[in-house]
Design a protein around this ligand. Sequence first.
Ligand SMILES: O=C(O)C(=O)C[C@]1(C(=O)O)C=C[C@@H](O)C=C1
Length: 407
Amino acid sequence: MAVKAMGTWVGGFCRTGRGDLGSRRSDAVAAAGPNWRLEVSRAEGRSECAGVCAKPVEGVKPVEDVKPVEDEDLSSAPPSSEVNEGAGNRGAEQQPRKLNRDLPKPLSLTDLTVSSHGSNVRVAYQGSPGAFSEAAALKAYPQCVAVPCEQFEVAFKAVELWLVDKAVLPIENSVGGSIHRNYDLLLCHRLHIVGEVQMAVNHCLMALPGVKKEELKRVLSHPQALAQCEIALGKLGVIRESIDDTALAAQLVASNGLKDAGAIASARAAEIYGLRIVEEMIQDTSDNITRFLILAREPIIPRTDRPFKTSVVFTLEEGPGVLFKALAVFALRSINLTKIESRPQRKRPLRVVDDSNYGTAKYFDYLFYIDFEASMAEPRAQNALSHLQEFATFLRVLGCYPMDTSL
Ligand SMILES: O=C(O)C(=O)C[C@]1(C(=O)O)C=C[C@@H](O)C=C1
């Protein structure tokens, strides 16, 4: 079955000894401006990170202005001609000479300080300004520079390549369920879950100013958003069109002047792109919650002074009761599970039991993702994972992080 992991305990973490699953590190720290989206370039069908991609999103207000050191405001300094005039003859009263305004300024302690509000933190999210993921990034780090990315994978790579510090990505929604792509990407990248963000998602139906709800023939949005508003869309009887993110849907309606199309997005997206909200809270249930993960290059130190959660992924041998046995390692220690997800192993999608292939001869191999309510600093969590390791064919701790109990 899958590769057997040799676990090592590092500072309370069970870190498996599986080889590098594709993460790349670079010392290159690049500063992508606030109005830029990171994107994946596809060469010969292979998905590759293009690094900082200078693609401005048209008509979008910057999320936060970044001021490069070289562009410091020098307007208060006198022009160099004035400064140089008679220099050397004025003793103590002379104006300071501006020698070379292009010289780099040395880093100071202030430059190195990351405030508790995350004012220096650059956080990648998937989507365009006004997307719900941007709001989640700002909930996690209120003063951060939120960096829009075209795809989830770009956000992962942006962290790995040090283009940003963190990524905030959706993992599940209370109506739409799991975002499987991010489960798969967690496994093929070496990032750590360092936090979670729960956010109430209130969807608005919006259109060009003057367009009535009854005039809409189609509605554009992210597939998750369309799924979360199934009842309202059914009543409207419109065609649903999938777009990469909700804010991009709003932008498309606005920039193309689509009179027959509406968009489902946030109230902030309506404001940014100049659309009028024709109906608020159109999601199927008023409590529509999306949970996002905060990903970073390094894990955080698990603690016990507040509620922590741990996320793991593992594989098991085939056989009756093995999943039952795996879940029992938590039950035996009164550890509450908050999520279980299974994903097919892509490299071993199908197994045939016998050559004749009679009866139920084909079945799948699965990866199991589990979130449980305990910190890796607690002996019961460490013991549970040691126990699981006795029969799991592969085990990786994806992260141990404080639970988000707010909304
Ligand atoms: O399209 C957006 O606005 C997003 O942030 C993506 C996303 C998602 O992928 O689930 C985030 C929150 C909502 O559940 C709907 C869409």
